[in-house]
Design a protein around this ligand. Sequence first.
Ligand code: FPP
Length: 278
Amino acid sequence: MTWSEELASSENRHIQQMLRNTGKMPRHVAIIMDGNGRWAQERGRLRIDGHKEGMESVRAAVKTSSQLGIKYLTLYAFSIENWKRPVPEVRFLMSLLESYLRKEVDELHDNGVRIKTIGKTNALPKAVQRVLQEAINRTSMNEGLTLTLALSYGSRWDILRAMQVLAMDIRRGTLSPEDLTEEMVSSYLQTSFMPDPDLIIRTSGEVRLSNFLLWEAAYSELYITEGLWPDFRSAELYRALTDYVMRERRFGKISAQVRSDSSATTTSTLERILNALK
Ligand code: FPP
């Protein structure tokens, strides 16, 4: 059964329908998945158990985003700074990633998910690089959700790398500094295939971007929740999306310029969604 067939018979159908009916759903959601270690610690368990449980939340986020028709989901799975963690934990995260891709690529493919990555992926173990490349190739023509895994990723690393390529183009004479635009800078980044994130979610209550999508986040809405990543399942994602669709995005304009006639209807719909989640 595909995820959309499953949805037809589930109680989430109404909530998803209500969210979609607002007409304000984000095109791109990016998530800083934080708090796996604390989740395990609170239960007197090993950190790796937190990562295993966090994997279930990854599955829920991918499936729910796909069912909702969100076009881009970007997950901060391993930062360039995460290499500094103890070797056994890094090894475990790499094997988790490898087994996720091996086991689930069929299901992801059957549900129209296109897999992409950003980050210094040539630093990943060779076996992970291979399985990742296979998954990317296999799903490259899919037109549903684009699932981007940020792996060995750091935004400053990407910006620096982009600036080096850009400077070389200037030296070669294929680009002149006075012609440079914001769009051109974006086109040099690894994230050039995706729109800027509309919504960035961070779990575990930390209020920072931690080197994630710094250029791309200029106008993103931020949603920070105290909950830890392993507890962030579909209901939490609906809550974050409800919070997002209730916000007014002004992009520097004033409220009267952006307010739509549908605001009143939207608010009453959203109150119903929040009640359904209680
Ligand atoms: C942050 O929690 C989480 C990570 C560094 C890794 C996230 C990885 C997963 C959820 C599983 C693998 C994902 C994929 C897509 C295959 P933390 O360890 O920093 O928690 P803490 O701050 O409580 O210590």
